[in-house]
Ligand binder design. Structure first.
Ligand code: ARG
Length: 604
């Protein structure tokens, strides 16, 4: 793996050691101890090396050390560029021709299994990533879209760093929420099916959930109007009581209830899988709460026996976590039914039994921070040493600008509806620009633009931040958007078609050492940063690093494209080198698009 900083770290360490020897000091410096930074502006140099950490050893001020080093290096080195002292920094200007040659050779080295950027920082690690994890009472919504793309993208990024990745999903398919949809269906379904109604099957289930919610609200309002307190009204509304009764019947294995549950769940899950397929999300394994919750229950009872948990007066099993600065928490209800956290014990244990991970990342919204704190502490208390390997990747809320898109419940918008409307907007734009003829299947292209717009917009802010999804802004062809990046890719792709040569031919005919002009160098310097962007995205579990890299790359390419003639360049050798550089950028775009789930378009 070519690392442009490596040779300089060695040069600096050697020079420092020579200075140390002359001064009669016994300490020695290794190349790993030399750290680098990106100078705040390119005029200062390509790499900055701060001298602070060597001050003590040399008994000299950092600026003085930088001076001495600059002189020493001038004496001994020629090939790798130049170094100059600036305050406490030694700033280095890389040799452009040499660097261009090295890095582009690396990019073209293995284009089938694009190895550029594979730093191997996570080689040998087994990482399980849980994401999406829907409930089966309604379809996926906008929040899931953020979750899904975060989970998928992080999985791809850490895999690129050499980790073995297993993508998993827990389907919360039992509990009061699904009973609500079931109850509404039982009362108002009249034997209808998704097929008979021509409705996507998860939407069909969700419609009954909406129906239940409306009915419940009417009952509660009525009770409140007749003088009942809100809380009591909510707990005593007849629909609520019926749903709870249904849950008890389900847990008791009542045949009819179980049958209805199976039917409605299969509708919900079948529909969700279609959405996953549509957005390019996939899982290596689905876990089902209905299959793991009993194991969780057993675990809670074991904890009770061991005295880690206790039984309340009402019979519920609870744990007191005030010592851990957390609250008291119920783990099993007084009627013996399990709650949300119960299944998570079982699910985690089963996962570790099946695949001994070094790390398990739960991609789940920030509103569940407390839940995961409690879960991790309790698994540790129960004696599972791997509990230390559990990590909650908490992400913020995503909202739509007020009044932009109406959802059925008035609060959240269905994932499918949102993608449909993005696709229709993209399609309208394609028609308006009169591009229908050129681009093959306009609807398919519009769908890919929609996904590019959506995914890039969702991954741009760091995960912890709440965000506003602006459909129109996300689709803009200019500015920091997915379609802008896709357009850059399509532009290069079309240039490659015009050139009519394979990448191998282009690469082997190019003398990359000719690429020393400013726009070319600016672009090459960004290419150099790709491996670091990937490893820091992996380390911080933050795909926005890749998003930022892509934007910088596209901007630099755009400048290069405008300022440097490529196919029309009069000097044939330079034309070939520039074509090669463009081709390298296209490979990089493709690779990085994959990491952030943006479809690459050859034509737009
Ligand atoms: N289905 C849950 C919800 O929608 C999220 C599940 C998160 N994962 C977990 N292991 N608890 O709130």
């Amino acid at each position: 793996m070519y690392d442009y900083k490596e040779p300089w770290k060695k040069i600096i360490a050697d020079a420092l050691n020579s200075i140390l020897t002359t001064a009669g000091i016994e300490d020695r410096v290794t190349a790993e101890q030399v750290i680098s930074e990106k100078p705040p502006n390119p005029e200062m140099g390509d790499i900055g090396f701060p001298m602070f950490s060597f001050a003590k050893m040399l008994k000299k001020g950092p600026p003085q050390i930088a001076q001495m080093l600059a002189e020493k290096i001038k004496e001994t080195n020629g090939k790798n560029g130049t170094a100059q002292a600036q305050g406490p920094y030694l700033n280095v200007n890389l040799d452009r021709a040499q660097t261009a040659k090295n890095v582009l050779a690396e990019v073209f080295n293995n284009t089938d299994d694009f190895s550029f950027g594979k730093t191997g920082t996570m080689t040998g690690k087994k990482v399980m990533v849980e994401f999406s994890s829907p409930n089966t009472n309604k379809p996926l919504h906008l929040g899931h879209l953020r979750n899904d793309v975060l989970g998928e993208s992080i999985s791809r990024i850490i895999q690129k760093c050499g980790a073995q990745v297993r993508k998993v999903c827990i389907i919360n398919d039992r509990g009061i929420h699904i009973c609500k949809s079931m109850l509404a269906y039982k009362e108002h379904g009249d034997g209808k099916t998704p097929e008979s109604q021509g409705v996507k099957s998860d939407r069909f289930v969700g419609d009954f959930y909406v129906c239940f919610s409306k009915g419940l609200k009417n009952e509660v309002d009525e009770l409140i109007n007749s003088g009942t307190e809100k809380e009591t009204a909510e707990a005593n509304a007849p629909s609520m009581k019926k749903a709870q009764e249904m849950l008890r019947q389900w847990e008791a294995g009542d045949a009819q209830t179980v049958e209805l549950w199976k039917t409605m769940n299969s509708w919900a899950i079948e529909g969700m899988k279609k959405t996953y397929e549509r957005t390019g999300v996939s899982f290596d394994k689905y876990y089902f709460e209905s299959k793991t919750y009993m194991l969780g229950k057993d675990e809670v009872l074991k904890g009770l026996q061991k005295g880690i948990f206790y039984k309340q007066e009402d019979g519920a099993v609870a744990v007191d976590l005030t010592e851990e600065k957390l609250d008291k928490k119920i783990l099993l209800r007084s009627d013996g039914t399990s709650i949300y956290i119960t299944q998570d014990f079982g699910t985690a244990i089963k996962r570790y039994e099946e695949w001994q991970f070094d790390k398990l990342i739960y991609v789940v919204g920030s509103e569940q921070q407390y839940h995961f704190k409690v879960l991790f502490v309790l698994l540790e208390k129960l004696g599972y040493t791997w509990a230390k390997a559990l990590h909650h990747l908490s992400y913020g809320m995503v909202n739509l600008p007020e009044g932009k898109m109406k959802s059925r419940e008035g609060t959240v918008v269905d994932a499918d509806d949102l993608i449909d409307s993005l696709r229709d907007m993209a399609l309208a734009e394609i028609r308006e620009k009169g591009r229908e003829e050129d681009i093959g299947d306009p609807k398919e292209t519009a769908e890919k633009i929609a996904l590019g717009a959506l995914h890039y917009f969702l991954l741009q802010p760091s995960p912890v931040k709440d965000m506003l999804f602006d459909p129109k802004e996300s689709l803009s062809f200019t500015g920091n958007t997915g379609p802008y990046l896709q357009y850059m890719g399509a532009r290069i792709s079309s240039m490659m078609r015009k050139a009519g040569q394979s990448a191998e031919t282009i690469a082997s005919n190019a003398d990359f050492s000719l690429l020393v002009g400013d726009p070319e160098w600016e672009l090459i310097k960004i290419i150099l940063e790709y491996p670091d962007a990937i490893s820091s995205a992996a380390e911080n579990l933050d795909p926005s690093n890749i998003a930022g890299f892509l934007y910088e790359l596209s901007k630099a390419f755009s400048r290069f494209y405008h300022e440097c003639p490529i196919l029309n360049c009069e000097e044939s050798a330079l034309s070939k080198a520039r074509l090669g550089l463009s081709c390298a950028v296209m490979f990089l775009l493709k690779d990085a698009f994959h990491l952030v789930c943006i479809p690459f378009l050859d034509i737009m």
